[in-house]
Design a protein around this ligand. Structure first.
Ligand code: NAD
Ligand code: ZN
Length: 242
């Protein structure tokens, strides 16, 4: 972090200390320093295909094996990966401030692994599978996973992940809306702010009166709405702020 942030950091720290209902909106960038590739980074490609071509209901209908191979590859990357300083500082903050809510777009489960409990996983979790018929959700941590896993009812299982073109689970999203509406401060960490409706939660918090802070080494479409923009990596800025 450069010197020009000094005054700003002080203000954000004060705001954080005073916040009674802080909310974090996190994206792939918060896990980057743990070694998880972001989607929009060039290392997010698999066999030259973009996630948007594979993480869709249409792709799964056409070729469920291919989609499972993609998730098997992503599970392989995530296996053994540990939360970083940003995840653990937020878990520590929750111990001090029970009303902290983490709304994450990540499916890697790293916030919970770091010890955070009040986590809303908007897009699901890569270690959960869901039956395409009976819809039962179960944990499955196999790596490699059987390339076409089946439910006990006989139907094919899919990753319990919200794909492009699918709606978010209503209960999880409702809770995220409620938390954003009542937030007095929102930290937007490591998200490109282009995936909806997740990004709209920042706008909602702002409209409801929250102080908005962005932590991202690059600017995003959300930067303009921010009260403070901290141009730094999450692993550096989050522990410093908290
Ligand atoms: P994104 O890949 O679109 O954007 C990542 C953002 O993080 C960028 O703005 C980038 O500048 C920023 N960034 C990179 N390194 C950073 C760092 N060290 N500290 C802070 N910020 C950093 O990610 P998104 O906005 O979360 O949207 C992508 C979608 O892909 C989401 O829906 C998510 O579910 C999914 N996804 C999840 C994971 C994961 O679970 N870890 C990984 C890739 C993609
Ligand atoms: Zn079933």
């Amino acid at each position: 972090m450069t010197e020009r942030h000094d005054g700003l950091l002080g203000e954000v720290k004060e705001r954080l200390k005073a916040a009674r209902r802080p909310v974090v909106l996190s994206g792939a960038g918060i896990s980057a320093e743990s070694g998880v590739p972001t989607f929009r980074g060039s290392d997010g490609l698999w066999r030259n295909m973009r996630a948007e071509e594979l993480a869709t209901p249409g792709a799964f209908k056409r070729d469920p094996r291919l989609v499972w191979e993609f998730y098997d590859w992503r599970r392989g990357i995530l296996e053994g990966i540990r939360p970083n300083q940003a995840h653990s500082s937020l878990a520590e903050l929750e111990r001090r401030c029970e009303d902290l809510t983490i709304i994450t777009q990540n499916v890697d489960g790293l916030h919970r692994l770091a010890g955070s409990r009040n986590v809303l996983e908007l897009h699901g979790n890569i270690w959960l599978v869901r039956c395409t018929e009976c819809e039962k959700v179960t944990e499955n941590r196999e790596v490699p996973i059987e390339i076409l896993p089946h439910c006990e009812c006989g139907a094919v299982l899919r990753p319990h992940i919200v794909w492009f073109g699918e709606s978010l689970p209503a209960d999880v999203f409702d809770n995220a809306v409620r938390a954003s509406e009542s937030a007095d401060l929102m930290m937007v960490i490591g998200t490109s702010g282009v995936v909806q409706p997740a990004a709209s939660l920042a706008t909602l918090a702002k409209r409801s009166g929250a102080y908005l802070v962005e932590i991202n080494p690059e600017s995003t479409p959300l930067s303009l709405e921010m009260d403070a923009v901290i141009c730094a990596s999450a692993g550096e800025a989050v522990p410093e702020l908290l």
